[in-house]
Structure formats: structure tokens, C-alpha cells
Design a protein around this ligand. Structure first.
Ligand SMILES: C[S@@+](CC[C@H](N)C(=O)[O-])C[C@H]1O[C@@H](n2cnc3c(N)ncnc32)[C@H](O)[C@@H]1O
Length: 469
């Protein structure tokens, strides 16, 4: 973060009392002891308190700058004086009443209340006023504001409101969804225009992009989680290049079935880009024949790496047959079948793309969850019950963690914050609530959309035309 920060930029780190002091030591090391500017206190008061110790009612926000000069717009954050106009200082001079007071490092504001319009239901949501104060002081219009742990997206929403550009990141797909809903809703309010969302089907597998036209562009990238279905839309050659690069191999330029070569001993065969297509036995056989004909060397153990999405049992058996043949003929050849969604393959990619090496858990090939149908039933008047039936995760160890609804769906956007976080805690984890009740304002035909997310980053949307009568 320090590297990408502008020389006159600032960074605010917010953490509760469990870790704040450890983080300060790390920040002193990274940003420099002398660049520590404030220990900013957010005092929220309220709520219950223990009788065994002082009430824990504040959080600490550490404010560091990158260098010795930084943006600090004091006039943008002055607060009105409490004393009355005309009051004099001790030396008799008149006070500058109009300008307001320079704020100190204690910010008093209650937490986000469930009944306030600001509440979007994301745990740990920060009050917009707190972010407003920080963003106004430490940036100018047009500057970039980034929150790398954006949660419910308060920082991005306030930055958008204050005409700053923004970047938000979060490890959680639910956080991204909630933030996107909120940003689109706010952007529509600010611009008075409706968003139209355009999802380009030919997206590259490494970044999904969602562009909202009409209102300022918001792009969403899903990094590290590669939805398997997206591979349908890229070409075979591009797919092979991705894998060859991951294996530090070069394309084999000769005739035949060898896709690439790593070194004198190691050759690669890559299967189809289509996640459901396996390599035909005849192709594997031809690959082996080509190796023996074109690349076999007496005193080197030849390694044949076969990389594909799926290896059905019949192909695995066939590979064993080939290996028996090598054994009988005394040929030093071994075959390794590498499924793309295996730890082995992921390890390879991570070794190659060094900058992600610490985040192996981030790199996943996942299938989208599915929803069989949306069923609904009238409760009374304009009130209807909805359920996403047969909704499930399609990933190993996957389960649905959230469900979102839009009862008047207009092409991609989930506008109803009330239905953005439909989940409950069970055995210490969030699981999706797949039922919802909605009271419509008037009769008519609506497109109802349901979106579910699973714990592994998969997400899917199902829509249904519904007649409210
Ligand atoms: C305290 S919340 C952030 C609240 C947010 N700043 C706001 O104002 O509403 C912390 C967020 O960090 C995310 N998170 C945790 N570990 C992360 C990681 N390694 N990378 C990115 N995000 C992470 C969590 O999913 C969670 O949404």
C-alpha cells in the first residue's frame, strides 16, 4: 500500500483494541516513526457496559503520511464553535467565529444504528460522517481513495459522493456484492439516471468486468477466483498459452499432438478449454507416439505432463496401460495427469506468478452455484412469499452464505438493500436464507431476481417473471 500511495498521500488504519498496538509497530516500520501523525479516536459511546472495567467505547484510527508533506484540508473539516458570536479572547481580540474550530483527534459519533437509513446490514459498518471527515481532510476532488478491506463499502460510497475516484477490495464475495448494490443505488441518486449493466460475455478468465454505463463507470474484477464457466468464452489457444506460461513451457512448433515443451525431458499435452471435455484416448496415444518418435532420448527419463480439466476413470486406466507398455519395453517414460483444479496445478501457477505466492487460498477454479427455480405464493393482498428452491453450491466443501433479492429487476442491479444480506448464523458461520417475503406497492408484472453466493466465491443469478394480481 505504501508503494502505490502518492507522495503526498495519507493512510488511515482502523482496528479495535485487540490489535491496534501491534499494527502501530508494523506501521512505524513501514511508513516511518516520524510519519505518524495522529492517534485518531472514534468515540461512539452508547450501548451496554461491563461493571468490571471501564466501558470500551472507542476505536483507534492510526493516521500516517507517506512523506513530510501531505494533503490536509483543515478548512473543509472545521466544526462550528460552541461559544457565541462576539465573544472575546483573553487578550481582548475578537474570535474568528465564522471559520469554525480546528477539530481535534477525538471524533464523537455513535455507531451505525439499525434504524438509520445508512444501515445496510453489513457487520462492522462505519458511519458515513467518520469517513466524510477523513476523506475531506486528506484528499481533494478527483483524488483516489482506496479501502482495501471495504466491507459494506462505506469508504467507496462516501468517496463517490465527494467526487473522489475510488478503489475498494475485499476478500468476501458478499462484501463485493453489497458494496456494488450500494454504489449503484447511490450513483443513481446522485446522477438521477438509471444504471445499465453490461457484462461482456467474452471476458478474459482472469478478470470479470462489469461496466455500468450512464452513471460513472464502476468496474468489478474478481481476482484469484476463476469461475470455470468463464473458460467457455475464451479460445483454445489463449487457454493453452495461460497453462504453458504457468508451466514455463514454450509452444511445440512441430507437427502432432505435443502442445508444449518445458525442457529436454519434459513435454506437455493440454486438454480442451471446455471444462466438461476430456482428452480422447486416441489423442493421448498420439501424444505418446509423437514423444517416442520426436523427442525420446535414451538416457533421459521422459516426463509427460497431461493437463486438463477432467480425467475420467477410462482415461486414467488408459494412462496405466501406456505405463505398463513403457515398463515392458524398458522405456524411461512417465505420465503425470494433472487436473487443472488440483493443488498441484495451483501451486505451479503460484510459483510462476510470484506476487500471489502468499495467497494460495485465493486461487480457485470454481463452479457457479445453481438455483433450480424461484417459487412464489400469495400471502395476502400484495404480499407474496418467495423461495429459491434447489439452490446449492456446486463446489466441494461449498455452501451458500448469502442470498439477495430484487423484486423489480432491471438488468443486473440488485437495488433493494433490505434484501441484500439474507443470511443467518448457524454453528458460527453464515448460511443463506433462501426465503423472502415482499409486499409490492402495486399490481403488475415484475421480473424477480435471486442471487446466491457460496463460501468459495461462486455467485449466480436466477430471474423469473411474476404476475402480482
Ligand atoms: C471491518 S470490515 C471493513 C469495514 C469497512 N471498512 C467499512 O467501513 O464498512 C473488514 C473487511 O475486511 C475483509 N477482509 C478480511 N481479510 C481480508 C483480506 N485478506 N483481504 C481483503 N479483505 C479482507 C473482510 O471480508 C471484511 O469485509
Amino acid at each position: 500500500m505504501r508503494r502505490v500511495l502518492k507522495d503526498i498521500g495519507s493512510i488511515y488504519i482502523h482496528c479495535d483494541w485487540h490489535a491496534s498496538h501491534y499494527i502501530k509497530c508494523e506501521m512505524d516500520k513501514i511508513f516511518g516513526y516520524d510519519n505518524f501523525q495522529n492517534e485518531f479516536i472514534w468515540y461512539y459511546g452508547g450501548g451496554g457496559a461491563s461493571k468490571e472495567r471501564w466501558g470500551r467505547k472507542h476505536d483507534v484510527i492510526l493516521f500516517y503520511t507517506k512523506g513530510k508533506e501531505w494533503t490536509f484540508n483543515i478548512d473543509a473539516v472545521r466544526i462550528p464553535h460552541k461559544w457565541t458570536d462576539g465573544q472575546k479572547r483573553a487578550d481582548g481580540s475578537k474570535r474568528d467565529y465564522d471559520k469554525g474550530k480546528i477539530p481535534d483527534d477525538v471524533f464523537i459519533h455513535h455507531s451505525v444504528m439499525p434504524w438509520g437509513g445508512e444501515k445496510i446490514g453489513y457487520p462492522t459498518q462505519k458511519p458515513e460522517e467518520l469517513l466524510e471527515q477523513i476523506i475531506k481532510a486528506s484528499s481533494n476532488k478527483g483524488d483516489f481513495v482506496a479501502d482495501f478491506f471495504m466491507g459494506g463499502g462505506t469508504t467507496c460510497a462516501v468517496a463517490q459522493e465527494l467526487n473522489r475516484k475510488f478503489i475498494g477490495c475485499d476478500i468476501s464475495r458478499v462484501a463485493s456484492s453489497v458494496t456494488l448494490n450500494r454504489l449503484i443505488r447511490d450513483a443513481e441518486q446522485i446522477s438521477g439516471r438509471t444504471a445499465s449493466i453490461n457484462i461482456d460475455k467474452k471476458d478474459k478468465p482472469l478478470s470479470l468486468e462489469l461496466t455500468i454505463k450512464e452513471i460513472p463507470d464502476i468496474r468489478v474484477y474478481y481476482m484469484g477466483v476463476y469461475p470455470i464457466e468463464k473458460f467457455e468464452f475464451i479460445g483454445q489457444k489463449e487457454f493453452e498459452d495461460f497453462i504453458l506460461t504457468s508451466y514455463e513451457s514454450r509452444r511445440f512448433t512441430g507437427e502432432g499432438e505435443i502442445t508444449g515443451v518445458m525442457n529436454a525431458a519434459t513435454s506437455v499435452l493440454i486438454g480442451s478449454v471446455k471444462p466438461n471435455e476430456s482428452i480422447p484416448e486416441a489423442r493421448l496415444k498420439k501424444f505418446v507416439e509423437d514423444i517416442l518418435k520426436l523427442r525420446y532420448q535414451e538416457n533421459i527419463r521422459m516426463k509427460l505432463k497431461v493437463i486438463a480439466w477432467v480425467f475420467p476413470p477410462s482415461l486414467q486406466r488408459y494412462a496405466k496401460v501406456l505405463e505398463n507398455y513403457f515398463f515392458k519395453k524398458n522405456l524411461a517414460v512417465e505420465i503425470e495427469l494433472i487436473p487443472i483444479n488440483s493443488q498441484l496445478f495451483r501451486k505451479r501457477i503460484l510459483e510462476h506468478y510470484q506476487d500471489t505466492s502468499k495467497s494460495e487460498f485465493l486461487l480457485k477454479f470454481i463452479s457457479q452455484p445453481s438455483i433450480m427455480d424461484i417459487v412464489y405464493k400469495k400471502v395476502s393482498g400484495l404480499k407474496y412469499k418467495f423461495e429459491a428452491v434447489g439452490a446449492r453450491s456446486n463446489n466441494i466443501d461449498g455452501y451458500l452464505i448469502n442470498c439477495q433479492w430484487d423484486f423489480n429487476f432491471a438488468g443486473g442491479k440488485f437495488g433493494e438493500s433490505e434484501f441484500a444480506l439474507m443470511r443467518e448464523q448457524k454453528d458460527g458461520k453464515y448460511v443463506a436464507i433462501l426465503k423472502a417475503e415482499k409486499e409490492f406497492e402495486k399490481l403488475g408484472r415484475y421480473i424477480v431476481a435471486c442471487r446466491v453466493q457460496d463460501n468459495l466465491g461462486g455467485e449466480t443469478i436466477k430471474t423469473k417473471g411474476v404476475e402480482i394480481k
